[in-house]
Design a binder for this molecule. Structure first.
Ligand code: TRP
Length: 363
């Protein structure tokens, strides 16, 4: 059994290109985990079937984002030699698992899921919630357990999905026998990375608000977005004391800057604490801090851009990576589905005792 192995499964809905909120919140950590060599298997899923649960009438939006997300993954350093990148809808076994898991979850339990609740509000579903949307946490449990994942690196909004998955695992194992693996959520250690605000200071980065920095943004666009970022509206003259709370530029520096960046670009400060101290005391202008943040972002994003450009020139290779990854993932999910059906004793044609029992009964 795969019990002792350390296995990662994670993924993203392809509803557009990924931004640095996704990057800080989870993508960057995945690359570190991948390169740590501590995991036996890593699966990274483009969750198109989940994306369709609230985009049923816009399948072209999902279709258009498949390659964007694949390019985002490859450009940040997800390495197809170490991680299996695959497309959810290609794995029919996931749907079958979901169907059996649905019997282990109550409607009221699904209605309590805080992330689903806020998504319902955000989408104005009110009383017209698609059933598929309400049940996506169950399908997410199928995604995770199909790979016997032990570790699920995601942003903190996904915590309720992990809780739901663990409940399904407990229920399944207690009813049918110990087959499924209990997963753990893995959040980034840097708290500033958990929820990066938009460049306008609004709590969440979102495409509709136009306040995102995308992984695929060109250099000049990143520069312009950083230079017009929300800071402290009360910090008008350089000599005024500035506030750090809610100050987007400093929140981004908390998430991305390291001491080496100071040595390279701002040697008059040893570290971020010194820079913050000067800002709150007064005498430090926003433009200087923004220029520094731009340099930090540039160092982070330039290698991403050049890897992306190389993959864009060979898009056929990306297609092959997705196809091969999906085939590999399908084999793993099929093996788990067999274990599940065996535990549920519904594997009639693979279970010789079925026929012998019937023969005995009808003798
Ligand atoms: N819900 C995740 C998102 O919104 C995507 C996802 C689907 C996922 N299945 C998953 C994440 C399984 C981790 C594990 O981006």
């Amino acid at each position: 059994m795969s019990d002792k192995k350390k296995i990662i499964l994670t993924g993203d809905r392809p509803t557009g290109k990924l931004h640095i909120g996704h990057y800080a919140g989870s993508l960057k950590q995945r690359v570190n985990l991948q390169n740590s060599g501590k995991f036996d298997e890593i699966f990274i899923m483009i969750a198109d079937a989940q994306a369709l649960t609230d985009n049923a009438d816009r399948p072209e939006r999902i279709r258009d984002s498949i390659m964007e997300v694949a390019l985002d993954y490859l450009s940040i350093g997800i390495d197809p030699a170490k991680s299996v990148i695959f497309i959810q809808s290609h794995i029919a076994e996931l749907t079958e698992l979901s169907f059996y898991y649905m019997n282990l979850v109550t409607l009221s339990r699904l209605e309590r899921n805080p992330t689903v609740k806020s998504e319902i509000q955000l989408r104005n579903f009110a009383t017209s919630i698609p059933v598929g949307f309400l049940t996506y946490p169950v399908s997410q449990a199928a995604d995770i357990t199909a790979f016997h994942a032990t570790t699920v690196p995601v942003g903190e909004d996904q915590a309720p999905m992990l809780e739901q998955t663990r409940e399904i695992v407990h229920k399944f194992n207690s009813v049918y026998g110990s087959v499924l693996t209990e997963p753990e959520i893995l959040l980034p250690d840097n708290k500033a990375c958990l929820r990066l605000p938009g460049t306008d200071g609004k709590a969440k980065m979102s495409k509709s608000l136009g306040n995102c920095i995308y992984l695929s943004d060109p250099d000049e666009v990143v520069k312009q977005k950083v230079m017009s970022m929300f800071t402290d509206p009360g910090h008008i003259r350089v000599q005024d004391p500035g506030r750090l709370e809610g100050n987007t530029v400093f929140i981004y520096l908390d998430a991305f800057s390291r001491e080496e960046h100071f040595a390279s670009y701002l040697p008059e400060y040893a570290n971020l604490d010194e820079l913050k101290e000067h800002y709150t005391r007064g005498g430090l202008g926003d433009v200087k801090v923004k220029k520094f943040l731009y340099q930090v972002m540039q160092e982070e994003l330039e290698p991403v851009r050049s890897r992306r450009a190389a993959f864009e020139r060979n898009i056929g290779d990306v297609y092959d990576i997705l196809r091969a990854g999906s085939e590999t993932a399908r084999k793993t999910a099929a093996a788990t589905l067999n274990e599940v059906k065996h535990a549920m004793r519904i594997d009639y044609f693979d279970d010789p005792s079925f026929l012998s029992e019937q023969k005995e009964k009808y003798k």
